[in-house]
Ligand binder design. Structure first.
Ligand SMILES: *[C@@H]1O[C@H](CO)[C@@H](O)[C@H](O)[C@H]1NC(C)=O
Ligand SMILES: *[C@@H]1O[C@H](CO)[C@@H](O)[C@H](O)[C@H]1NC(C)=O
Ligand SMILES: *[C@@H]1O[C@H](CO)[C@@H](O)[C@H](O)[C@H]1NC(C)=O
Ligand SMILES: *[C@@H]1O[C@H](CO)[C@@H](O)[C@H](O)[C@H]1NC(C)=O
Ligand SMILES: *[C@@H]1O[C@H](CO)[C@@H](O)[C@H](O)[C@H]1NC(C)=O
Ligand SMILES: *[C@@H]1O[C@H](CO)[C@@H](O)[C@H](O)[C@H]1NC(C)=O
Length: 403
């Protein structure tokens, strides 16, 4: 068919320019070509009709054999169950192992089983259900009770089954379902809920939900752990900043530290060193009081101690610069950076990033939840005399999740 169509187009263009073109075919040749095309077309048509006829025959035969097999086997059937008054029944296959489902009209509530199965004994399982009028009063009270709605997180099975919409075609029936449902493999008159969570897990490499996927009748939704809200795309999770939102119980003396998925109330206390005393100069800093002249122990104690609280997600990629310490002015002629005892040995290193600054690096991924601590020391020297030590105490909160 395609070939002859192409031929025709070429031919027409040739005719259009025929008057001018010397190379164009003569009238006789044109007529012979036309006859040829006609022949080709009718040959195509008859072969097409033939294949349609043979297809139809095969279909009929299939239909007949399927009818025979069902009627010859004489499959035992359960009795046609009665749909409840003020409700209806879904399901048209009454063979052993098949199910029917019951729904009630609006304003009625099902009493009895939602689903009955045709048993080997050719009896339906369970009792015959009925539809009972819903009391407006009781309905109000149940719907306003939050516990009852949240506990039924697995919706009733009747919501997971719907009737399909079928269209009778010439020789066949075509059934469709609304979005989120697919034709039941057992009974074409039924649509069953598609478990999007399961489907996505089996077929896609990505994730439908960042955290938890919950299947519902005809749809699904994503859930986040506490401390997070669902993001705008309804798939991701966003941390709630409890400190910013004042959704915390930290006292005025405590420092509220937001973490991924939560928060901490931290107490900042100035340390005790021999022969030196400290005063809190800000929520996160302590400074040494002036030393008595000649008190060497006091002069050796840190000039200042700063506190630094940081929050990261679990398993962040490394190496990663957590923060930088720099001297705003240098009195002596050199600075030295060092890592003091830390409760995260192996996770951190310190590196010089310029003449005046050093960087604390996280060098190994940390699986949360975890809390790591490190102390960064910066010493100011003049030749070999220590002029002062400055300490930064770093606390790193690693969340449970990688978001
Ligand atoms: C199918 O069965 C019908 C009667 O049940 C019969 O008339 C028809 O010829 C059969 N078709 C084929 C292809 O056997
Ligand atoms: C198959 O059986 C059904 C009823 O069981 C009948 O309506 C239909 O006409 C039959 N089809 C054929 C091709 O015999
Ligand atoms: C049920 O609630 C609706 C709206 O909340 C109210 O209009 C109706 O009066 C309530 N019915 C009863 C019986 O309380
Ligand atoms: C704050 O304290 C109240 C009462 O002790 C408690 O109900 C609430 O959950 C607490 N809030 C937070 C964010 O810890
Ligand atoms: C600490 O201070 C006391 C006096 O307050 C002094 O006697 C002592 O020598 C000091 N210790 C050091 C190690 O400097
Ligand atoms: C941590 O991240 C790496 C890649 O960045 C990944 O291969 C690994 O599975 C993650 N581990 C956990 C426990 O999430």
């Amino acid at each position: 068919m395609y070939n002859s169509g192409l031929f025709l187009i070429i031919f027409i263009t040739c005719q259009m320019f025929g008057a001018q073109s010397q190379e164009c075919v003569s009238r006789q040749e044109v007529q012979s070509a036309l006859r040829h095309v006609h022949k080709l077309l009718s040959a195509h048509e008859s072969s097409f009709l033939q294949s349609v006829r043979s297809l139809r025959k095969k279909l009929n035969l299939l239909h007949n054999t399927s009818n025979i097999s069902t009627s010859e086997n004489n499959t035992p059937l359960c009795q046609h169950p009665n749909p409840p008054a003020n409700g209806r029944m879904l399901g048209q296959v009454f063979k052993v192992g098949h199910e029917v489902h019951f729904l009630c009209n609006h304003g009625f509530q099902l009493s009895g089983p939602e689903t009955r199965e045709c048993l080997d004994s050719l009896r339906w399982s369970g009792d015959e259900p009925t539809c009972q009028k819903v009391d407006a009063e009781t309905h109000n009270s149940t719907s306003s009770k939050p516990t009852s709605s949240s506990s039924s997180s697995t919706p009733s099975s009747s919501a997971h089954v719907r009737p399909s919409r079928c269209v009778e075609l010439q020789d066949s029936t075509h059934c469709t379902c609304e979005q989120g449902y697919s034709i039941s493999s057992q009974d074409r008159s039924l649509c069953t809920d598609v478990d999007e969570c399961e489907l996505y897990r089996m077929t896609q490499s990505g994730r439908l939900c960042l955290h938890k996927c919950i299947n519902t009748a005809g749809s699904y939704y994503c859930q986040c752990p506490s401390g997070y809200t669902i993001s705008k795309d309804n798939r991701g999770c966003q941390d709630i900043d409890e400190c910013k939102l004042d959704a915390h119980n930290c006292t005025k003396e405590q420092v509220c530290v937001n973490t991924f998925g939560g928060h901490r109330c931290m107490v900042v206390e100035c340390p005790r060193y021999r022969n030196a005393s400290y005063i809190k100069t800000s929520a996160l800093q302590c400074e040494r009081n002036p030393c008595v002249q000649g008190n060497k122990a006091c002069l050796q104690a840190p000039v200042s101690i700063s506190f630094h609280f940081m929050s990261v997600m679990s398993n962040i990629s490394t190496p990663r610069v957590l923060f930088r310490v720099s001297a705003s002015r240098i009195l002596g002629n050199s600075l030295r950076f060092g890592l003091l005892g830390n409760r995260g040995t192996g996770h951190f290193t310190l590196q010089r990033s310029s003449r005046q600054s050093g960087e604390l690096l996280l060098v190994e991924p940390v699986q949360g939840p975890a809390t790591l601590e490190a102390e960064v020391e910066m010493s100011e020297l003049d030749r070999r005399t220590l002029l002062g030590r400055y300490i930064t105490k770093v606390t790193l909160f690693v969340s449970q999740y990688s978001f």
